[in-house]
Design a protein around this ligand. Structure first.
Ligand code: ZN
Length: 334
């Protein structure tokens, strides 16, 4: 996995060393050789979505701008066992010089969104990529560990997978994976027939357009109905594409913000709860983001931009709504 490339920190401050960590439930999977993919983690039994697969402290963490020399110096301070664990990890640019930096680039995960520290997690690093992954990783700052949760049903014998790419049309995904990780993706999405890939690509291109439009603050303020309609359409695309990663809680959070900004406490509460549930599925109950959402479920007015306008002012969900009727009300389609 790639380290976070955005960094300008001059000092090579490091965390750790920490001992090689445990899988929370080691009986859930085993490390196996996978034809054409080196090693991978394979489910030893059926696993349901929301199951914690791994919680792992970093072997060490280092600024993504650390030089080869910084890395070599740091590595020497680690116990022999940790050095061996690090050196046994995959290097997607083997033979291209800077072997330590390239192992970090291939395997590090940033310690939270926007962090310039990349953590090395030897067990999580064994999880191979899929453009439609069955698991989601996240940094939990409270615990000081990287977690991996199942986000889809995983069958016995199926490989655990994470996405190394943010998602997008197949050509973009495959180009980036080849460039940064040196492999041609053969996942279930990339392996579909051409006409299926074309349909999927069209949806994913539309998803990008919608996501950009939803992020336009002025539009959210001036034409919230259009922004909420975009959220609805994007959610449908995610359902069709079976997206089950962090894009789902983020999308519900966008819908929450639109309603909260225009004083609709009733809908904001429902969207906050959906965002929290989807977040818990990806990151567990102890996720910092899930805790923030729980507070917004209790009181949407805590949102910093709550009530920018009074346009949609509403306190309570109307009684007697269920199923399709509730969805129509929620998305303001009636
Ligand atoms: Zn793929």
């Amino acid at each position: 996995m790639s380290s976070n490339a955005h960094n300008s920190g001059p000092t090579a401050h490091t965390l750790g060393p920490t001992p090689l960590n445990k899988a929370t439930s080691p009986q859930l999977f085993t490390l196996q050789s996978i034809p054409g993919q080196g090693k991978g983690l394979v489910a030893s039994r059926a696993i349901t979505p929301g199951t914690l697969l791994i919680s792992e402290a970093p072997l060490f963490a280092i600024p993504s701008a650390a030089s080869e020399r910084d890395l070599a110096t740091h590595l020497r301070t680690l116990p022999k066992e940790s050095q061996r664990a690090f050196l046994s990890l995959h290097n997607s640019r083997a033979g291209a010089g800077e072997p330590l930096s390239n192992i970090v680039r291939t395997n590090a995960y940033p310690l939270g969104p926007g962090s310039d520290l990349g953590g090395i997690f030897p067990l999580i690093a064994r999880i191979n990529h899929s453009c439609r992954p069955n698991a989601q990783h996240a940094w939990n700052g409270n615990e000081g560990e990287e977690t991996v949760y199942a986000v889809r049903e995983i069958k016995e014998g199926e490989q655990l997978s994470l996405s190394y790419h943010e998602g997008g049309p197949s050509s973009e995904r495959r180009k980036a994976l080849k460039e940064f990780f040196g492999f041609d993706c053969t996942c279930e999405m990339c392996g579909m027939l051409k006409d299926q890939i074309d349909i999927s690509d069209e949806r994913l291109r539309r998803a990008k357009t919608l996501d950009k439009a939803i992020g336009d603050a002025r539009r959210v303020r001036m034409t919230p109905d259009a922004a909420l309609k975009d959220c609805r359409e994007l959610l449908r695309i995610y359902e069709e594409e079976r997206v089950a990663d962090l894009r789902v809680p983020r999308l519900y959070y966008d819908a929450f913000q639109i309603c909260a900004m225009h004083s609709d406490k009733a809908r904001a509460k429902v969207f906050a709860e959906r965002s929290r549930e989807a977040r818990v599925m990806c990151e567990g109950e102890k996720s910092e983001e899930a805790e923030i959402m729980a507070a917004l479920v209790k009181d949407p007015a805590r949102f910093e931009n709550f009530g920018t306008t009074k346009k949609w002012k509403l306190e309570k969900v109307p009684g007697g709504l269920d199923g399709i009727e509730l969805e129509k009300w929620l998305w303001r389609e009636t």
